[in-house]
Design a protein. Structure first.
Length: 435
């Protein structure tokens, strides 16, 4: 197992993504091969990781993934000099009910692989008191290795000196001190960061993060802190592709696909045939399946409604072959999408779904689904694990429910997905089938 580290924090919003990107690029600039990972069900951060490191980043999620799948994905680091994982939310945050391997907490991933934690702490508005937070995190899970802290948003040399005094008293190693700098924040929208492909000058931004990190953290100590447990190679059942030739929508409206799924489909010999609905491109006419991932169709509903070539070809495909949509892709397969201004846009009409972004409602959480009807590559009765994250409201869903869907605690949720002939859709994003 390659030595690694987990970059985490006490909570969201502390700057750990900026630290992660700067660290990936700074180590790469030193000539190291760095393998990135993302703890939890995030489909936006891995694209930023790839831009910073030059390698595909894979999600590691203990609630949705069985141990052998986790270990297979972690093994992508076998030829790297070091691996760096970015946590989600706070270090110990997860769900109440245990899933396939754990509760979905970043600490569980770090403990499983023996990756010491570097805690990014926003010390704004405090000084010595930050050490109490660090000490609590370092001791909360005694068998979790803890490397130290990076202090973020430090206001002055005096602020740094006082905060360091507290850390010394608590026995916490300070691996870096980042002065307050307002232009380091990445642009965000309602589902988190804007997509990597939308950033106006991502390469310049990442190089700036790397220069900032290199100037204010001890890279040599960080590299030396990386460690790992020995993990036996996993004998993972393959994640079978849903078809041999998969036409995959891929543009600014449809980009939320988990990297491990595409990697597994490629490894199994499937052909991925990208096309852009926003560019009014038709899916490959010889595709066995059209797959519309999640994304931001609500921001581009007018262009999708006007994309006649795409919509006509999609309907023609659905006459004889399957079409599947996840979240935003599900909305795009419906009858109507109402945007934030209340304007109704006609979608593909392959399902009767009517959704509204004007009537916003937050939907977030793990999902377990048991199929009532087949999905491409999956039979009725199959159980799937995934994650739902969107703000849209269903106004009409007249089609047959696709599955019985439950939250992380086993409570039923009303977003059951839909099926009409060969067309299916779900609001949750598939992470892994139960095998």
């Amino acid at each position: 197992m390659t030595n690694g580290l987990m970059i985490s924090a006490p909570a969201s919003g502390t700057g750990k993504t900026t630290v992660m990107l700067g660290l990936l690029r700074a180590l790469r600039n030193r000539g190291l091969t760095v393998q990135p990972f993302k703890s939890g069900p995030d489909y936006i951060d891995p694209a930023f990781h790839r831009a910073a490191s030059g390698r595909a980043s894979f999600n590691l999620d203990s609630w949705t993934m069985a141990p052998d799948l986790l270990d297979t994905l972690a093994a992508h680091a076998h030829d790297a000099d070091v691996c760096i994982a970015e946590g989600s939310m706070g270090l110990f945050d997860g769900v109440a009910t245990q899933g396939r391997t754990g509760h979905g907490a970043s600490a569980e991933i770090a403990r499983r692989y023996g990756w010491p934690v570097i805690l990014v702490i926003d010390v704004g508005g405090q000084a010595q008191s930050a050490a109490a937070t660090a000490l609590g995190f370092a001791s909360y899970m005694p068998d979790l290795p803890f490397a130290g802290v990076i202090l973020n948003r430090v206001a002055s040399p005096r602020h740094e000196r006082l905060t360091r005094l507290g850390m010394e008293r608590a026995g916490i190693d300070v691996l870096g001190v980042l002065p307050r700098k307002g232009d380091l924040a990445l642009p965000e929208r309602h589902l988190g960061l804007v997509q990597a492909v939308e950033h106006p000058d991502l390469e310049t931004a990442i190089e700036g993060y790397a220069e900032f990190l290199s100037a204010h953290v001890d890279l040599d100590r960080i590299i030396a802190a990386a460690k790992a447990h020995g993990i036996a190679p996993a004998n993972t059942p393959p994640l079978n592709p849903p078809a041999q030739r998969i036409a995959l929508a891929r543009d600014e409206a449809f980009s939320f696909t988990y990297p491990h799924l595409l990697d597994a489909w490629h490894a199994a010999g499937a052909e991925i045939l990208p096309f852009s609905p926003l560019a009014d491109e038709a899916p490959d006419p010889d595709a066995d399946l059209v797959w519309l991932p999640g994304g931001y169709p609500e921001l581009h509903a007018g262009r999708l409604a006007a994309a006649g070539i795409y919509r006509t070809a999609l309907r023609r495909h659905a006459e004889t072959r399957p079409v599947h949509g996840e979240c935003g892709g599900y909305m795009a397969l419906g009858e109507t999408l109402i945007d934030k201004d209340g304007t109704a846009h006609q979608m593909a009409g392959l399902l009767g779904l009517v959704t509204s972004y004007e009537q916003r409602k937050f939907h977030l959480g793990y999902r377990r689904a048991v199929l009532r009807h087949p999905l491409p590559g999956l039979t009725p009765g199959s159980a799937l694990r995934g994650h739902e994250f969107h703000y849209s409201t269903i106004l009409e869903a007249p089609d047959t429910p696709l599955a019985d869907v439950f939250d992380a605690d086993g409570n039923p949720v009303p977003e059951t997905g839909s099926v009409r002939g060969p067309v299916t859709g779900t609001f949750f994003h598939l992470i892994a089938p139960e095998t």
